[in-house]
Design a protein around this ligand. Sequence first.
Ligand SMILES: [Zn+2]
Length: 155
Amino acid sequence: MMAKKHIGYIENGINIDHIPHGNAWYIMKILNLFSSSSQAGVGLNLPSHKLGAKDLIKVEDRTLTQKEVDIISLFAVGSTLSVIKNFVVIDKQILHLPPEINDLLVCPNKRCVSQEYNSKFRTFIKSINERSCTGVKCHYCEREFLLEEIKEYKF
Ligand SMILES: [Zn+2]
């Protein structure tokens, strides 16, 4: 007898693969996995030819809105998002950096007016020592930060 709800195989849901390792936590927060009843499988530090190490998230009975895809993409540039129906991949896309992220990041500039409003950041790719990183620029104070410098989120 086959165990229908074995998380190794998604019957209906999503699979996000090739997540830069360490970033699964953010995506789990965005997907609200800690407090939802969705069955999920998370792999951390899995071997990857492309990345060295990768994270992986599978969620049963879950679909994503375009807004959720954009927010997830911020932490998963180059990752693969597959949508699965009846055990078959019906859609597969590579995630790209969204141009703008609204109301998710808290500006590290404590004097920034965005502390009192919804935050708004433009995103860009910043290259540091030949390593490309995601940069974000606050719409209000116009300061630029690396994504890893953002310490607070409105999850
Ligand atoms: Zn700001």
